[in-house]
Design a protein around this ligand. Structure first.
Ligand SMILES: [Zn+2]
Length: 395
């Protein structure tokens, strides 16, 4: 059995131990020490990473990329070997562990508050890198979520001690606590007085004040309940910084105060809608002039127009159809530099002719007998040459 220093002191980030075994496993080495502060994956919390350095001599350092527990023994997955019998100095990636503890303890508090206030059961938990996902078995509205968040942050402000212990079976039988599954072996209890009591094997903060802040970032319906995205402590600060940065950028662009950017964006969108309407009206007017300019012909008409509005292009094709005996084609700019077309005719069956037309203009598309639309890749001269001469019998 490896002595688990992380259970004696969750804030131990450096320690000394003896190397007991070292086995190669593919590109890695599995190192067993007599004692360790590296927490192996468990309770929804990922394994610690860090380094092991040989005491004295070469002071060679290996990187610990993962840690796993099997039958009470903890294997440190390392990128280089260590010699059994050597003394090694372990150093955890401190910030990572502190952030995970802030967020894991924050999750317990939030789950405890949701349970006590609204009888919610925590049915899912994922501690990622940067945020935490929590699933509750019932829906919660915005006001309820705010109540839970406020209560949770009051527990942080109260700087409550976090009590962790392995109760004897008799004590455990009497104890009420949250637990996701039937537990076997020694059950470890993490208690925050008057807030939460939960079975958990992961390291936690010593006092709730260490968490700093608990913030619900998002809530969405999930399997008859709700899925929360949460950030605590330093992760919440990082989230705040990102959001502040993006609010600041929008604020400068819109010349609006940061907490009034929502209203400013609304105004901008109203203005955009007004311009769209105006643009459509102008395009319709333009279409009228454009159609008038074309002479009547028994053959085909083919125009290239910078009309961004598809409805207006369709209207132009309708007007041109009245002026020609063959087909009326309008080419106009589409998304990302593409060339789009709408072709109409009163005399040809365009659905039948579409295959030949597309072949001639490097196009794709189709539609009804009187009108087809799509995109073309041939160049302007090629298209003009082809469509001026095109006759329905070819289709
Ligand atoms: Zn836990």
């Amino acid at each position: 059995m490896t002595e688990k220093l992380f259970y004696q002191d969750s804030h131990l980030f450096e320690f000394r131990a003896e190397v007991l075994r070292c086995e190669q496993d593919g590109a890695h080495w599995r190192v067993v020490l007599d004692r360790t502060a590296f927490f192996p994956e468990g309770g929804g919390q990922s394994a610690d990473t860090g380094t092991l350095t040989v005491c004295g001599g070469t002071k060679a350092t290996v990187r610990v990329t993962d840690a796993r527990e099997r039958d009470g023994e903890i294997f440190h997955i390392c990128d280089a070997p260590l010699r059994p019998g050597d003394c090694a100095e372990g150093r955890l990636d401190r910030q990572q562990r502190l952030c995970r503890m802030q967020n894991h303890s924050g999750e317990h508090i939030l789950s405890g508050c949701a349970h006590r206030l609204y009888g919610c059961e925590n049915v899912g938990f994922h501690l990622g890198e940067g945020d935490v996902t929590i699933d509750f078995d019932r829906e919660l509205d915005a006001e309820e979520l705010q109540q839970i968040e406020t209560r949770a942050n009051e527990a942080v402000r109260a700087d409550l001690p976090v009590k962790v212990w392995f109760p004897e079976p008799e004590e455990l039988a009497e104890l009420e606590y949250r637990s996701k599954k039937e537990l076997s072996g020694a059950v470890r209890i993490v208690e925050i007085p008057d807030v939460d009591r939960c079975a958990c094997c992961a390291p936690h903060v010593s006092r709730t004040g260490e968490i700093g802040v608990i913030k619900i970032l998002n809530a969405e319906k999930h399997r008859g309940g709700v899925r929360l995205s949460v950030a605590c402590g330093m992760w919440a600060l990082e989230d705040y910084r990102r959001k502040q940065q993006s609010a600041a950028e929008v604020s400068v662009l819109l010349s609006a105060k940061r907490d009034e950017i929502g209203t400013a964006v609304q105004r901008l969108m109203q203005e955009r809608d007004r311009l769209k309407e105006k643009n459509a009206a102008l395009a319709a007017e333009l279409v009228g002039y454009r159609a008038e300019r074309e002479p009547e012909t028994e053959g085909n008409l083919c125009l290239f127009e910078e009309i961004p509005d598809e409805i207006a292009v369709r209207e132009l094709v309708n007007r041109l159809m009245e002026k020609c005996g063959g087909l009326a084609a309008v080419f106009f700019p589409g998304a990302e530099g593409s060339l789009r077309y709408i072709i109409g005719s009163r005399s040809m069956d365009l659905r039948k002719a579409s295959k030949a037309i597309n072949a001639g203009i490097g196009g794709r598309g189709g539609g009804r007998p009187e009108m087809i639309q799509g995109s073309a890749t041939a160049d302007r001269e090629e298209i003009l040459r082809f469509l001026r001469e095109f006759r329905a019998t070819e289709g």
